[in-house]
Structure formats: structure tokens, C-alpha cells
Ligand binder design. Structure first.
Ligand code: GAL
Length: 415
């Protein structure tokens, strides 16, 4: 089946190549970037596309973490009407490739020399067998704590360097009538906090064994029990209205001083920046306590579509996405750092510099790890099984031991 598709695709490619070059590029782009900072960022791509003669049809599907967007994607592909370009990342790229529905963008990747400007760890996520099947936009870091600088100063608190310190500061803030942790009770946000806690308490090797290798002993270890214990403590630091809250509203609570901290990927920084807040002055950033770096690389995959205008749109989008200018401007807005290694970071803020430095250190000592919560480490069935347990534990009075038992079973059933 796949071979037939490949033959058909390469025949189609050679017949239509000159037609594509002459066509007016069109793209319908499915993404979930709808918050203030995200919308400002995606507009950079839209503008570059338009200024190169492309016409862009926006298909935003609100919902942080992209669960709703992925449901919309499935419906479109099943009805035989895939969008031209889709925000898609991690192993989900390969899952869609196996369905035989992704377009091959190797011609752009080769012409633009992607292999020379992308780190191997990122390039690997963009490859399907020996073809390029996605274009990377950025590197987001997950294991961050954001804080309201004034709230911390007024309460004599500094950014935590251990989980015990975090707990002590949070307790102090709570007594002062401030919500210690801004959080939105959505499964993906629970998972985001959970993986930062797991990395911090267990360390990089524990994280690798648990969430990349799904190692049974690690999943049911005392360390995993300790991770759930810390999650139970965190549950006590969120306000009573946390259920269902969007992540950017939680960020707004930190901005306006209603809450002190948020544990969230650095798209939260995009939100602070879009609201005119200054890093190091109005808000603070530090990595969550512990070693390691959890990365989340956003990317776009192109789906097989008919029409030379759409195919031209796909090639143009792929070229622009990895382009040097786009990688700079987009990421300065988005809160992430460029996926390309040759973009100067001089104009980036101090949090981006921390991110780039820590990423380099982690890359050299083996603690650079893909985020499980943001679909970089596992296939959907496995990451979904873990997140179900994390969220069930967070939203009930389940004991840590019961959570660990449930985790083991859920992972086994998902294989
Ligand atoms: C992540 C995505 C980020 C950001 C976030 C919140 O999964 O990688 O770019 O948009 O969701 O929506």
C-alpha cells in the first residue's frame, strides 16, 4: 500500500513540478495558536506567506496543548479533505505518515540545506524513513517556573531551587492570601506540571526510563510514589476555581498578582511579552528545581492534497518556516528559541538565553529529554494513558500508591 503511494507520489511530483512552480501558493493552516502571544506569533508566518504571494486560510482550533486541534484534524482526514498544513509534532508525525497521508517535503529541505542548520535531535523528529515530512518551528522548554516579581519581593521570597523550598514559599504565600500556583485544570496542564515534578524529583535517568522506555520497575518505584506525593501537595496550592481554566488565564493570574507562580512551557513567556511585561522586572523565569531540559518542538506537516496551488503553498510554507528571519521573529514572540542553530540570539531576552545555555549543557550531558506531556516522547495511546492517571489522581483524593498501581496497568493496557 505504502509502496504504491510512493510510486504514485513520485510520478505526480515529476509531472507537476513546473506547474507547482507557476501556481499561486495557497494554504489552509490548521493550528491551535489562539492566545494573545500565540496569535501574534502565527501572524508572523501568515504575513511572510502573504508577502510572497500566498493566500492563507486560517483554521485555528482553540485549546491549549492541541487536543481539540488533533480531533478536528482526524475528522478532516477521515472525510478525505485534509488541510494543507497542520501544526503537528513528535511521534504523531510518524503516526500520520504510516497512514500514508503526508506529503514529502524533501525537495525544500534539500534545497534549503536543513541538515546543516538543524540539530540532529530535532531533525530526527522531522523525518519519516528517509524523507523529510515536517518543518520545525522552534524549541519550547517545558520545565519552567514563572513568577510575579513584585509578589515575590513583597513576601520576601526568591525563585525556588528545590521542591521543599517551593512548598515552603507556597505555604507562606497562601497564608498571605495569595494563590501560590496558577493552574488550569485541564488534563494536558496537569501533565505539564507532573512531568516537571517527575524530572525534578526523579532526575533525567528516572524520566528517561519512566516516560521514554516505559520501564515497569521505574513506573512502580518509590520515586514515582514521591512524584505523586508532590502532586498532591501542589493540588493544595491551586485556587478553588482552577477546573477547566485555560493556561493563558492562569498566566494572567500571575501577571495581575492574583497568583505567584505558574509551571508552564515558555509559551507563557509569549503571553507575558504580548501584554507588555518585562522579563526580570515584571516577571521572573527559572527552570523547575532539578537537572535536565524537557523540550517540545513545534512543527508543521503537509498533508497530501490535490491542486498545484496548494502544493505550491506547502513548499513555500516549508521554506519560510525554517527560514532564518522567520525563526528569529516568530520565536521572539512565541517565547521559544529557534530550531535552527545559526540564528543569533542577541535580540532575545534573558529567559531565552537561559534556555539556549541549558539546552546546550543538557545536550552534552545526556539530560536533554523530549516532553511526554506535549507529545514528543511517546505515541498518543501511551502518553494518553499516563495523562489519564495523572489527571485522575490530581482531581481526586487517590493515594500515591493507588496512582502508581493504576499507572502501571494503564501503560500495560496501552501497548
Ligand atoms: C503546546 C505547543 C505550544 C503552545 C502550547 C499551548 O503543545 O507546543 O506551541 O501553543 O501547546 O497551546
Amino acid at each position: 500500500m505504502k509502496i504504491k503511494l510512493l510510486i504514485a507520489a513520485s510520478a505526480a511530483l515529476s509531472i507537476s513540478f513546473s506547474a507547482i512552480a507557476k501556481a499561486e501558493p495557497q494554504a489552509e493552516v490548521l493550528h491551535w495558536w489562539t492566545s494573545g502571544g500565540e496569535a501574534k506569533s502565527v501572524a508572523v508566518l501568515q504575513n511572510e506567506f502573504s508577502s510572497r504571494g500566498g493566500s492563507w486560510t486560517d483554521m485555528p482550533v482553540a485549546g491549549g496543548g492541541g487536543d481539540a486541534a488533533m480531533t478536528a484534524l482526524r475528522a478532516r482526514v477521515l472525510s478525505g479533505n485534509a488541510p494543507t498544513a497542520v501544526q503537528l509534532k513528535g511521534p504523531a508525525i510518524q503516526e500520520w505518515y504510516e497512514e500514508g497521508v503526508l506529503a514529502d517535503i524533501s525537495s525544500v529541505a534539500e534545497a534549503e540545506g536543513w541538515k546543516n542548520v538543524l540539530p540532529a535531535s530535532i531533525a530526527n523528529h522531522m523525518k519519516c524513513e528517509d524523507t523529510w515530512c515536517a518543518a520545525p518551528v522552534n524549541v519550547h522548554r517545558i520545565d519552567w517556573i514563572w513568577a510575579n516579581a513584585a509578589v515575590l519581593a513583597e513576601n520576601g521570597i526568591s525563585m525556588p531551587t528545590s521542591w521543599d523550598e517551593f512548598n515552603a514559599s507556597a505555604t507562606k504565600l497562601q497564608k498571605a492570601g495569595i494563590t501560590p500556583l496558577a493552574h488550569g485544570g485541564q488534563a494536558w496542564q496537569d501533565a505539564t506540571v507532573f512531568e516537571a515534578v517527575a524530572l525534578g524529583i526523579g532526575g533525567p535517568e528516572f524520566f528517561r526510563k519512566a516516560f521514554l522506555e516505559l520501564d515497569k520497575d521505574t513506573l512502580q518505584s518509590d520515586t514515582m510514589v514521591a512524584v505523586f506525593d508532590q502532586m498532591r501537595i501542589m493540588r493544595g496550592f491551586v485556587d478553588s476555581n482552577f477546573s477547566g481554566r485555560d493556561w493563558n488565564l492562569a498566566t494572567a493570574m500571575v501577571m495581575n498578582g492574583e497568583a505567584a507562580f505558574q509551571i508552564m512551557g515558555d509559551w507563557a513567556k509569549g503571553e507575558f511579552l504580548a501584554a507588555g511585561k518585562r522579563p526580570g522586572i515584571d516577571f521572573l523565569c527559572t527552570s523547575t528545581p532539578g537537572d535536565g531540559f524537557l523540550y517540545n518542538v513545534d512543527s508543521f506537516a503537509m498533508f497530501e492534497v490535490d491542486g498545484t496551488d496548494k502544493q505550491a503553498g506547502q513548499l513555500l510554507l516549508a521554506e519560510l518556516i525554517v527560514g532564518k528571519n522567520f525563526q528569529k521573529v516568530f520565536n521572539m514572540n512565541k517565547g521559544s528559541i529557534p530550531a535552527r542553530v545559526d540564528v543569533a540570539l542577541d535580540d532575545f531576552d534573558l529567559c531565552a538565553h537561559i534556555s539556549a545555555q541549558d539546552m546546550a549543557t543538557s545536550n552534552s550531558n545526556g539530560s536533554l529529554l523530549p516532553s511526554y506531556a506535549h507529545g514528543m516522547a511517546l505515541r498518543g495511546a501511551q502518553s494518553g494513558a499516563i495523562t489519564d492517571v495523572v489527571t485522575a489522581h490530581f482531581n481526586s483524593d487517590m493515594s500515591s500508591n493507588d496512582a502508581v498501581e493504576m499507572l502501571l496497568k494503564a501503560v500495560a493496557n496501552s501497548m
